[in-house]
Design a protein around this ligand. Structure first.
Ligand code: ATP
Ligand code: MG
Length: 348
């Protein structure tokens, strides 16, 4: 990772005041995005993928159980030599939809139901380029629709409810790309779609990224999707990054017990197993996270040392992980409490 990153997230904390005291939803998240590359942010439900992306966008909505709560973000989100956390709402607004854009999981909630597709796309351009003539805006709208493989003037007059799920997601991608952002964040953009449409959307995003040389932060919990589209991967657990680096390197030689567990839980064609290995237990709620390594309540290798925050270990070519154990120690370690699959095997 020699080139200067497009986005550099450093030691990002997002904290919320709860009845039980302050809880860190994000607990020192650090990662960077290379220019023109796809980075996948991956991890179980509730690990903090969406709040990370919403914090980058300056959109974290502090609502819990219908009530507004005070969220505090500290750390640095460096983009074009500025810390996004220091910008005013107005400055963030001029970046959003322009230099940084986002595609949400459910397009119906982010498209305006009472405006036609043409009006919404034109408005996205007009907001950031008031100097453009209406005819130029229309040309831009049609050209962008063509890029997402939607052709014809007729579509411009349609409303979101008249389109299929896959088509709406294409419109969202068009909307995000229309001002040619340098950074595109896509939060599980394909999970609501069926498999063939998912594949089309993934190919489309990859092609567009090649053409625009934009950096994409692609959020998913699907390791198959990661293997298909990522250049780099960032693995999160409990509001913390446990492992990151170039995807081939990370998947070939996973280091963190959580990622090793995740990869072991994927069924592979041709492999005969009576049952799949799973990571035992559940992610604890943010208010009940353990001290030190947040994975220590589920980790087969955890010892007393894991009550302390683990150090970062650097492996090859930008690959790093956060764990007390070295790879060799993990190889020889005999887990001592039968609370997970690895231990059960040894005690069997
Ligand atoms: N505004 C908020 N205030 C307090 N807690 C929040 C807030 N938003 C999210 N959380 C909590 O932060 C944690 C991370 O949530 P987040 O939505 O980022 O998870 P995720 O990784 O995107 O999960 P999923 O895969 O289900 O989308 C969860 O425990 C969630 O309950
Ligand atoms: Mg999410």
């Amino acid at each position: 990772m020699d080139q200067e990153p497009l986005l550099d997230v450093r030691d990002l904390y997002l904290s919320v005041q709860t009845h039980q005291g302050q809880a860190h939803i994000l607990d020192g998240v650090s990662f960077s995005l290379r220019k023109g590359k796809v980075t996948c942010l991956v991890g179980e439900s509730g690990c903090g993928k969406s709040v990370t992306s919403l914090t980058i966008m300056g959109l974290q909505h502090p609502i819990v159980k219908g009530k507004r709560t005070a969220l505090t973000a500290t750390g640095e989100i460096l983009f074009q030599q500025q810390n996004l956390l220091d910008l005013t709402d107005q400055e963030m607004e001029s970046l959003r939809g322009n230099q940084i854009a986002m595609v949400f999981q459910e397009p119906m909630t982010s498209l305006n139901p009472v405006l036609t597709i043409g009006e919404q796309l034109a408005e996205a351009v007009r907001t950031h380029h008031p100097e453009l003539a209406e005819s130029d805006i229309e040309t831009k709208v049609l050209a962008t629709l063509e890029k997402v493989q939607i052709s014809g003037q007729g579509r411009l007059d349609e409303y979101p409810f008249q389109l299929s799920g896959g088509m709406r997601q294409r419109i969202m991608i068009a909307m995000a790309l229309i001002n040619e952002p340098q950074l595109l964040i896509a939060d599980e953009p394909t999970t609501a779609l069926d498999v063939t449409v998912q594949a089309q959307i993934l190919t489309l995003m990859k092609d567009l990224q090649d053409a625009h040389q934009a950096s994409i932060l692609f959020i998913t919990h699907d390791l198959g999707v990661v293997a298909e589209i990522a250049d780099d991967v960032v693995v999160m657990y409990g509001g913390h990054v446990v492992e990151s680096g170039p995807v081939e390197q990370v998947f070939r030689d996973p280091q963190h017990p959580y990622l090793i567990g995740l990869l072991n839980s994927i069924p592979r064609i041709g492999e005969k197993k009576s049952s799949l290995e799973t990571i035992k237990g559940m992610v604890p709620p943010v208010t009940k996270m353990p001290q030190g390594c947040r994975f220590n309540t589920r980790c087969p290798f955890a010892t007393g040392q894991c009550q302390q925050k683990p150090p970062r270990q650097d492996h090859q070519a930008g690959h790093s992980s956060h764990c007390w154990f070295t790879p060799l120690e993990k190889h020889f370690a005999i887990p001592n409490e039968p609370t997970c699959i690895a231990k059960e095997k040894i005690h069997a």
